[in-house]
Design a protein around this ligand. Structure first.
Ligand SMILES: C[S@@+](CC[C@H](N)C(=O)[O-])C[C@H]1O[C@@H](n2cnc3c(N)ncnc32)[C@H](O)[C@@H]1O
Length: 441
């Protein structure tokens, strides 16, 4: 034990440093295992990919199940999903299945969630009895580290923190390029809470309603670990009746990558359970490429919805249900593709013909700039969200600072001023290195 006088600042400082740097043994072991994971994973991934290729050639059953899942993914997520993407989803599913069961103490999750259960069936066709353990043997220290850490993290918020770390760390090791392309970084809780309170205040100011009120439907279009929905539930905690209605009917979230989709699902359901004492499936989470889901865009009063086509499975039903709703608030932190510094990085996002054409006819046509590199993911999400709102509503996004003054975004700013009756900008002073008055490193 260390004891120092509170006014002895020289002695107090090292004590505080030690206190805050303290890590429980299990957490330290876990962090060590995470490092080890990076070294061992490539070999396991090769083994899994080889096995899938073998099975594809040898087992008609597996081939058929894979083709069915691919068809679903192309319908629901986007038509560009390939056999290779399905293979990666299956691998992520296999690698993380046990982790979720342990951390959330929810062994049935994969059998109950509508997307997970399909991947689970595919996994059963791929791996015979004992094969999974054999394949994953090299990752045992990692799983053991997780089990120990999971056993001591009891509180709901610790679990959330753990999953956020897992989301970023796992993805960076697993596929750094995809992590960058998809913008796999979580949003700090402080920012999320600030945005929710601000959106609530603005909603009241401009529309005379609060977020919790009936009829205010809220969508996070790129939900990651589900932080915005989780914090919204916390925000509504005071009124259980309204919270229940929101959860069931008026909160929506989309995610395109399987790992965050699972994490979001578990986080959101666990938060709801922690607040209300009751478990209820979160039925408004869609596994979908938001930018490709253009059925509900440009809808104003009197629009007829296209209710035909597509598969009648649950995820598709969820997407269609969301598309029928009048969304009033779109809030979140869309992906920002930081790694694409030059054309040669070969980590480009795919083209989105509908959204890109809308950008061309609005932000780009309004621009005076010579070069209009206005098709990045952030701009696309702005375009999508603006078009998704009906006659009234708001978009609340975190963006990088370039939206405020970048030359090539002049058309964007002009269009925003036209599309919305008010724009509130909070400049947090990010991108400080580019500002001329910035002194420091
Ligand atoms: C910046 S993160 C969101 C972080 C989230 N607020 C959190 O705290 O966990 C962006 C997320 O958007 C997802 N994403 C990227 N492109 C998408 C798309 N076209 N449709 C839906 N989700 C997408 C990524 O997989 C990633 O999880």
């Amino acid at each position: 034990m260390l004891r120092v006088a509170m006014d002895d600042t020289d002695a107090l400082y090292p004590l505080l440093i030690r206190f805050f740097a303290h890590e429980r043994q299990e957490i330290a072991d876990f962090n060590k295992a995470v490092k080890q994971f990076g070294q061992d994973l490539p070999q396991v991934l090769t083994a899994l990919r080889d096995l899938i290729a073998e099975k594809r050639a040898a087992s008609r059953d597996f081939g058929a199940a894979e083709a069915a899942f691919l068809k679903h993914a192309q319908d629901a997520i986007n038509p560009a999903v390939s056999e290779e993407d399905v293979q990666e989803m299956l691998i992520q599913h296999i690698l993380t299945e046990d982790i979720f069961a342990k951390v959330f103490d929810n062994p049935d999750f994969h059998r109950q969630n509508n997307v997970a259960s399909e991947l689970y069936k595919l996994e059963e066709k791929l791996l015979g009895y004992g094969e999974k353990q054999k394949l994953l043997r090299a990752l045992q220290p990692y799983y053991a580290g997780i089990s120990q850490a999971a056993a001591v993290i009891q509180s709901h918020s610790e679990k959330q923190g753990f999953l956020k770390g897992l989301y970023e760390n796992f993805y960076k090791v697993y596929n750094a390029k995809a992590a960058d392309r998809l913008g796999v970084v979580y949003t700090p809780g402080e920012i999320v809470r600030f945005m929710i309170r601000s959106a609530d205040w603005l909603c009241e100011k401009h529309f005379g309603k609060n977020l919790v009120d009936r009829g205010v439907e809220i969508l996070d279009p790129a939900t990651g670990t589900g932080t915005f929905i989780v914090e919204l539930l916390e925000h509504f905690r005071g009124d259980h009746a309204k919270l229940r209605h929101k959860y069931k009917e008026e909160l929506h979230a989309n995610e395109v990558a399987i790992l965050p989709y699972y994490v979001a699902n578990l986080n959101i359901e666990a938060t709801y359970q922690a607040i209300t004492g009751q478990f209820a499936e979160f039925e408004n989470l869609c596994f979908v490429d938001t930018l490709d889901n253009v059925d509900a865009l440009g809808i104003h009063s009197g629009h007829q919805f296209d209710l035909l086509g597509g598969m009648a499975d649950e995820n598709m039903e969820r997407v269609k249900r969301q598309n029928r709703r009048k969304i009033s608030v779109i809030i979140g932190n869309p992906p920002y593709n930081v790694g694409q510094k030059s054309e040669n990085d070969n980590n480009k996002n795919r083209a989105y013909s509908h959204i890109d054409s809308r950008i061309r006819h609005t932000y780009v046509s309004q621009s005076m700039a010579q070069k209009t590199a206005a098709y990045d993911m952030y701009v696309r999400f702005y375009r999508w969200a603006t078009d998704r709102l009906s006659d009234e509503g708001m978009v609340a996004f975190i963006t990088n600072r370039s939206f405020l003054d970048a030359q090539n975004l002049d058309g964007f700013r002009k269009t925003i001023a036209r599309d919305f009756s008010a724009a509130w900008v909070i400049d947090l002073g990010g991108g400080c290195k580019e500002q001329s008055d910035f002194v420091g490193d």
